[in-house]
Design a protein around this ligand. Structure first.
Ligand SMILES: Cc1cc2nc3c(=O)[nH]c(=O)nc-3n(C[C@H](O)[C@H](O)[C@H](O)COP(=O)(O)OP(=O)(O)OC[C@H]3O[C@@H](n4cnc5c(N)ncnc54)[C@H](O)[C@@H]3O)c2cc1C
Length: 347
């Protein structure tokens, strides 16, 4: 088999790159072993503002400009609804937080992302005495649906191999690479936290941050917007809500923990005033990087090997943006933004 690209990993990074290739009429095969699950458990929120600190996400508008047509194209390809333009509100817990919102609205970097009007108490099931601020240009991508359907699409095109990629079996040649019976011009490693087992790129400072989410059934809640307080409350329909997430730096397993659940329940109980039952609990490792920027670029010695990683806590927004940048770099020789280029870690 001869293809232009091998992609290792079929999470948000791998799918984003595969979709860029599809649009450019390049051939590819994806290798996926289900060892990581960050993308499938993700809350799926895209949001241009860091609501804890009231600062703008890095390159927020540029990422949003790529995001919209990108997921729309995937919706058309897969014939499913992925992009839910649901309203996102920051829940205030004091007058001081309201004042901080007004100050943030005056910040030019947040211009176009925050609505200056405070929304009053709105839902019987929420402790919302101090009201809300509305974030503009936010929404939710159904990442689990995207992954399931994108993998089906790959299967029907014989473009996915469900197996673990064995790095030791990779051969590098002058004009490309070979892996078992596949020859390719390039290989893209999009392994998420699995990058730590990749001998070609495991010197990069990918820390990994475990995140847990619970899913609840709350018929009395009747909430139709996403709420961000100390946790996200994300309506999924049919009285089901996803609550998350935790941030844990020591445990690097995908196993949901009692401690994670307790933390989410404690925080949720401060927000909700109604009854609920927990119906699911999941965990994944976010591929987070020391300097909070993605890991994109070419291997120092093996010129046909590339990495697409470090999507961190915001893979939905940043995935399409960095996949496009990497493609332009490889195929058109465009300069990579030094803030995402892995050469920033070379001494
Ligand atoms: C609890 C939680 C909530 C989150 N919520 C949000 C959110 O609301 N919004 C947002 O934007 N982001 C969110 N994120 C972050 C987001 O999920 C990540 O940024 C994103 O999923 C990273 O995508 P990735 O493709 O790089 O990694 P992954 O999703 O980990 O994908 C890597 C893939 O590579 C495969 N792989 C690895 N090694 C190999 C190998 N050797 N052979 C074959 N396959 C291999 C893995 O099985 C995996 O499928 C959340 C994350 C978590 C954990």
């Amino acid at each position: 088999m001869k293809v232009n690209y091998i992609i290792v990993g079929c999470g948000l990074a791998g799918i984003s790159f595969a979709e860029v290739l599809r649009r450019a009429n390049k051939s590819y095969v994806v290798i996926e072993d289900n060892s990581q699950r960050s993308s499938s458990v993700a809350g799926g929120i895209y949001n241009p503002v860091i609501l804890k600190r009231f600062s703008a996400v890095w390159k927020a508008q540029e990422q949003l400009d790529v995001l919209r047509p990108f997921y729309q194209g995937l919706e058309e390809l897969l014939n499913v609804k992925l992009d839910h333009k649901i309203e996102l509100r920051r829940l205030f817990s004091s007058i001081e937080e309201q004042n901080n919102w007004f100050l943030a609205c005056d910040n030019l970097k947040l211009h176009g992302f925050l609505d200056p009007n405070i929304i009053g108490s709105s839902f019987d099931g929420i402790n919302d005495t101090f009201g809300y601020g509305k974030v503009l240009q936010a929404g939710r991508i159904d990442t689990a649906l995207l992954i399931t359907n994108f993998r089906k699409y790959l299967e029907s095109n014989n473009a996915i191999i469900k197996a673990s990629f064995k790095h030791a079996a990779l051969e590098t040649h002058q004009d490309g690479i070979a892996y078992k019976n596949i020859k390719a011009d390039y290989i893209i490693f999009a392994e998420g936290f699995g990058l730590n087992s990749n001998p070609f790129f495991n010197d990069l400072p990918l820390n990994g941050t475990k995140g847990e989410l619970i899913t609840i059934h709350a018929p009395e809640l009747q909430l139709d917007v996403v709420i961000k307080s100390s946790v996200f409350v994300i309506p999924l329909g049919n009285d089901i809500y996803r609550i998350g997430a935790t941030y844990e730096r020591n445990d690097k397993t995908n196993v949901p923990s009692e401690a994670g659940k307790d933390e989410l329940v404690t925080k949720l109980n401060k927000v909700l005033k109604c009854k609920y039952t927990i119906v699911d609990h999941v965990a994944g490792i976010r591929p987070t990087v020391r300097d909070r920027r993605p890991l994109v670029g070419q291997h120092g010695t093996h010129k046909h090997m590339y990495v697409l990683n470090g999507l961190g806590t915001r893979g939905v927004m940043i995935g399409p943006y960095v996949a496009t940048a990497l493609f332009e770099y490889i195929e058109r020789g465009t300069v990579l933004d030094p803030e995402l280029d892995i050469r920033r870690f070379q001494t």
